[in-house]
Design a protein around this ligand. Sequence first.
Ligand code: PEP
Length: 248
Amino acid sequence: MKYVIAANWKMNKTISETRDFLKTFIPMVKGIADVDIVIAPPFTALAAAAEELKGSTVALSAQDMFWEERGAYTGEVAPGMLLDAGCSHVIIGHSERRQYFHEDDAVVNKKITAAHRAGLKVIFCVGESLEEREAGKTFEVIQREVEKGLANVSPDNLVLAYEPIWAIGTGKTASAEQAQEVHAFIRKVLVGLYGSPAEGLRILYGGSVTPENVNTLMACKDVHGALVGGASMKPESFINIVSFKKEN
Ligand code: PEP
């Protein structure tokens, strides 16, 4: 399975900072053909990023979108607008969207459905909070998020990301055992939903991934890539993650 390494810049980087990053980063990835690399800048920098990425193998992603195609939705961005800006991917259901913008499973499901209808590839995030983990509810939460988020959704153009909320931006990474345990569980839920096509779905890990811990995490059987926040902001750091070596 080809691994995916995706950068989520969140609400960071102006247009010129985005161009500067890509001017340094794109030459660094020449010759890397065995990993799908995706970069998700803020909306305002997407079109400029698309210009910089022309001719490169690095894919462009948005961090969110609305589910309607057009209309009176002040402040929102439609799937077709992302395509127009040069995106091939969109991240849906990130825990920061769920936490700060109150996106529930039904909203996430509508967004995934609309993204697929438009032809976008979806990086669909799930993950439990520290409170839920400590209450022994990790599997229950993950099962609900996966099943509700993916109701009537095709397994095509779909990548999942397991992001334990307690590990995002905190410097606390899930151990390889913790990650593998949940990834294997997600795989089981996906097989329940899709049958054998689920075996081919890639499940990324996200949560304080760094050049130092990436090799160990990528060695887990059911981990097929990473969604990276903080450590994707500098080209030197992100290229070290993209060029991970699987430990055996
Ligand atoms: C994220 O934003 O998806 C993420 C995993 O962030 P960080 O790598 O900073 O924990």
